[in-house]
Ligand binder design. Structure first.
Ligand code: SAH
Length: 469
């Protein structure tokens, strides 16, 4: 297994300082699964290449095997591709042998660590589960040119066809730390085989190395899922935290904009009318166990708590800050035990299937969907109506037609800067009816707030009831 890194930024031999490895020496490092060797096949002022050669010992692999029991005892332990291909072993070697460069440190040339330079990485044998297309989807959004050459399974038997192994070259104008980090995270993702047990600290590792690029990566879900080896609970936690990171400062923005939205709607006392309408819908559905999705700072939770007929209340939000404010506002710390036992908070994202919200009598989604862009809205639809599947759903969203009636809202503007859309009554009706049909619910649309004969009411509410099968 060979990884080479080449730069042409003069003096190219500075690469040695960045990697903390002297170009004139061959160095070897023992690792639990074999040895890593670092050497420089070329080192001139115009062009310098460092090579990391991994010599994986299949016997040491079996002896030092860590991980869940129950995999042992098969020939597979000794006869496999692990010694020959780029895998999470390469990531471990990068962290051990090139740790300072991976962390963006250089003792002798600290000013260089932040310099973007022409860099090429070549990985001799890389298993690409998901094919060349997936390989491209991983690296191209990060700004790399990807050159991939696929290997046949066996040169002697061309009729056996192509293998999943590629020689891959990545070319970019990046910081060395970025290149190493992208390789560190994405090689195991491509390989998609585990060699070590994935534990909770893997989440921290992924978020640390993914900081600054993973949250905005179009494949972040697949990357996270594979990196965490399909441990759904871990992937969910990591993704929820990535959603947080993606919004520049979600809490600050959200709060400022919430205040603006409230100011626009305040003359109508719309918030109160909305909560009353939602409570009435919940009452008529007879719900006793309710989950409030995107609960924000807890306005509806307060009303739910006041209704003694409701036994269990769960507030979910992706924003830690919002949950904290909700707990402060409801004075959770001073609430009598019996009250407090009715209420639970969970931090989570509506983008991911989540057992913790499954099977409730009712879910409320108050002024939330307009914060979701199209792909997220689609994910949310399945999360709620297909997986969580509450008996009833009460959902509200602004009616955009009514906006011209708000005196303080400039024409053509939405009520909140973070709104991805605001729908007309027809759009909301079409969406609600399509969802209801697809997932076996009956739906009723109810206007909320003062109704204009032409424009309708400022808020629109849909009440879904699961049709018993
Ligand atoms: N329901 C509340 C808050 C509405 S603001 C009320 O009526 O006052 C929208 C809320 O949705 C915010 O608190 C925001 O953090 C939350 N949110 C946005 N995207 C989310 C996601 N993907 N998962 C969970 N919550 C989300």
């Amino acid at each position: 297994m060979l990884l080479t890194i080449t730069t042409t930024r003069a003096p190219a031999t500075d690469l040695g300082y960045l990697l903390h490895k002297n170009p004139s020496r061959l160095q070897s490092f023992p690792l639990s699964f074999g040895h890593a060797h670092v050497f420089y096949p070329e080192a001139t002022s115009e062009r310098c290449t460092a090579a990391l050669l991994l010599d994986v010992d299949p016997v040491a692999l079996v002896r030092n095997r860590r991980g869940p029991a129950g995999e042992g005892g098969t020939l597979d332990q000794y006869v496999n591709d692990r010694p020959y291909v780029a895998s999470s072993f390469l990531s471990v070697a990068i962290a051990r042998v090139l740790g300072s460069a991976l962390a963006g440190r250089s003792k002798d040339r600290p000013e260089l660590t932040d310099v973007r330079m022409p860099l090429q990485a070549k990985i001799s044998v890389l298993p690409c589960r998901g094919g060349e297309e997936f390989l491209r989807r991983l690296f191209e959004p990060l700004g790399y040119e990807v050159i991939a050459t696929r290997h046949v399974l066996d040169e002697k038997f061309p009729e056996w066809g192509a293998s999943l192994y590629y020689t891959v070259e990545l070319r970019g104008h990046v910081r060395l730390q970025d290149l190493l980090t992208h390789i560190y995270v994405l090689i195991p993702v491509l390989d998609n085989e585990k060699h070590y047990w994935v534990g909770d600290d893997e989440v921290e590792k992924l978020l640390r190395h993914g900081s600054g690029w993973l949250a905005a990566h179009p494949e972040k879900e697949e990357i996270t899922k594979r990196y965490l080896k399909y441990r759904r609970d871990l992937a969910r936690e990591a993704l929820a935290r990535l959603v947080d990171e993606e919004l520049p400062d979600p809490d600050v923005n959200e709060r400022v904009h919430n205040t603006e939205e409230e100011a626009i709607e305040r003359p109508l006392n719309l918030n109160e009318q909305r909560i009353n309408a939602v409570m009435a819908a919940l009452k008529s559905s007879g719900a006793k166990r309710i989950v409030d999705l995107g609960c924000g700072e807890g306005k509806l939770l307060r009303a739910l708590l006041e209704d003694r007929s409701i036994e269990e209340i769960v507030g979910l939000d992706v924003s830690h800050r919002a949950l904290q404010i909700a707990q402060e506002r409801l004075r959770l710390d001073r609430m009598p035990t019996r009250q407090r036992e009715r209420l639970k908070f969970i931090q989570g994202s509506l983008m991911y299937r989540d057992k913790r919200i499954a099977g409730y009598d009712a879910a409320t989604v108050i002024e939330v969907i307009e914060h979701l862009d199209q792909p997220r809205l689609t994910a949310f639809e399945r999360v709620l109506f297909e997986f969580a599947k509450p008996s009833a759903v009460v959902l509200t969203t602004p009616n955009v037609e009514y906006n011209s009636r708000f005196e303080t809202l400039p024409a053509g503007k939405l009520r909140h800067k973070d709104h991805r859309f605001e729908w007309t009554r027809q759009q909301f009706k079409d969406w609600s009816e399509a969802i209801a049909k697809q997932h076996g619910y009956a739906v009723k649309l109810i206007p909320v707030g003062p109704e204009d004969s032409v424009l309708g009411a400022p808020t629109q509410m849909a009440v879904f009831n699961l049709i018993a099968s």
